[in-house]
Design a protein around this ligand. Structure first.
Ligand code: SF4
Length: 453
């Protein structure tokens, strides 16, 4: 065996997902859209399996079904044939095309193929939006944000129309369908007229239907995207996406103010979000939301003794980890390690900004991590809690500590799509989950058991 260390770093069980998977979810948040992978069947099958196990909803991801010979001769012909088939079968309003590792590696020029398709194929065609998503060069979050930016770039305009009320754009990033429903409720309570892009609240958490719908109802209407340039402002959650985000494109093209804030997880970040809504609407915070905040503060006081000083490892996509870390710091839990597979180079800075005044000592923050690295660090850090998605379960089991399931993917519990993360209501649910997980752990470790806590 060689005594030299390897000149590469291998990834073992990555703490990120494939880039076009994120794009497919973003496209699922647009009304009448079908996500389409320019790549092999295997990539589409992997993504469908992942997405279905979290959302428990059917998801069709079309593919150009490339094989070995296309790696040599290019995939243009298959891409066009696939578009014809999808158009016939689904009658979509929009086809969202994302590339895969294979088509990026062979250098297929999707823009050129789509121009050829436009010339060659007669008759009515759905709107096409394409996004380059090489998975070796990013995470599912880059795929998600880049798909949103591509949609905005291609479709947003300043057309007249839209419902009554002050129009605002909300670009929430990859949050749960329950979060999106709640964001709609909040903004409408301020008498604003929100265009939320993407809106997966119905398409990925729909009602039982008597017959199978090829395309699930719901999603951001294309007509609403066409008027995003009229909005008073865009509110965009997250700091780790590229500078050319959907909100930035709207600002550049239509001079719509872009308010980029952290995901509103916990009281402080939610207060900032509500402050912006107060300014945009000119209205005070509705009593319903004030009351929710008040109950949340009360519960922080009630539950503090069970969680104060507990140590947590937080992992997942960067913006959600930033939000969760700030939330944990505000409830008295000490974040000791923040890990993500993303590599924005802004992760540590954003965590420090969100928690600097709350924590006497900053947690270890690592980008580009896998679960092998997280597990190695966890041995010496001795956490009391893991906070992240289901892929942390083997580590939680090994350390015999609770896993607080948040984000995506949740493969081993029901209701991943209904987890609330945002706002006062989301903080309340997360807080109760964490406190109860700590109480349950104490009970199960106790030789005598507890009934009154
Ligand atoms: S080959 Fe690339 S695009 Fe396909 S599933 Fe794997 S990581 Fe994703």
């Amino acid at each position: 065996m060689s005594k030299n260390p390897p000149n590469y770093i291998s990834t073992t069980n990555a703490c990120k997902l494939c880039t076009p998977l994120g794009a497919a979810i973003a496209f699922k948040g647009i009304e009448g859209a079908v996500p389409y992978l320019h790549g092999s069947q295997g990539c589409a099958t992997y993504m469908r399996r992942y997405i279905i196990s979290h959302f428990n909803e059917p998801i069709d991801i079309a593919s150009s079904s490339l094989s070995e010979k296309h790696a040599v001769y290019g995939g243009g012909a298959n891409l066009k044939l696939g578009l014809i088939n999808v158009t016939k079968k689904y009658r979509p309003q929009l086809i969202g095309i994302a590339t895969t590792c294979l088509t990026e590696t062979i250098g297929d020029d999707v823009k050129m193929f789509l121009n050829q398709y436009e010339q060659e194929v007669k008759g009515e065609k759905p709107t096409m939006v394409e996004v380059g998503t090489p998975s070796y060069n990013g995470t599912h979050m880059e795929g998600f944000h880049n798909a949103v930016a591509s949609v905005v770039d291609a479709l947003a305009g300043k057309k007249d129309g839209g419902a009554e009320g002050t129009p605002v754009n909300i670009l929430p990033g990859f949050v749960s369908p329950a979060d999106i429903r709640y964001l709609k409720e909040i903004t409408e309570d301020f008498s604003l007229n929100p265009t939320i892009l993407p809106d997966i609240s119905d398409t990925m958490d729909g009602q039982a239907a008597k017959t199978y719908e090829k395309i699930q109802p719901g999603g951001t209407p294309i007509s609403a995207i066409a008027t995003m340039g009229n909005a008073l402002a865009s509110v965009e959650f997250g700091h780790t996406m590229s500078e050319k985000s959907g909100g930035a494109i709207l600002a550049e093209k239509f001079a719509v103010e872009n308010i980029r804030i952290s995901q509103p997880v916990g009281i402080r970040a939610s207060d900032r979000f509500f402050d912006h809504l107060v300014k945009l609407s000119g209205l005070p915070i509705p009593e319903k939301h004030r009351a929710e905040r008040g109950r949340l503060v009360d519960s922080y006081v009630d539950g503090h003794k069970y969680i104060y000083g507990k140590k947590a490892i937080v992992y997942g996509e960067e913006d959600m980890v930033v939000g969760l870390t700030a939330f944990l710091a505000e409830i008295g839990v000490i974040p000791i390690l923040c890990a993500s597979g993303g590599k924005s180079r802004k992760f540590a800075e954003k965590i420090a900004e969100a928690t600097g005044d709350l924590l006497p000592e900053q947690p270890q923050v690592h980008e580009g991590m896998d679960f092998y690295d997280i597990s190695e660090l966890a041995e010496s850090l001795e956490p009391d809690l893991l906070v992240g998605h289901s892929k942390g379960y083997p580590l939680a089991q090994k350390l015999s500590i609770p896993l607080i399931r948040v984000g995506f993917p949740i493969h081993d519990r029901m209701g991943g799509q209904r987890i609330l993360h945002l706002g006062y209501r989301g903080a309340q649910q997360l807080f109760d989950l964490i406190v109860n997980a700590c109480i349950a752990k104490k009970q199960s470790d106790s030789p005598i058991g507890y009934s009154y806590m």
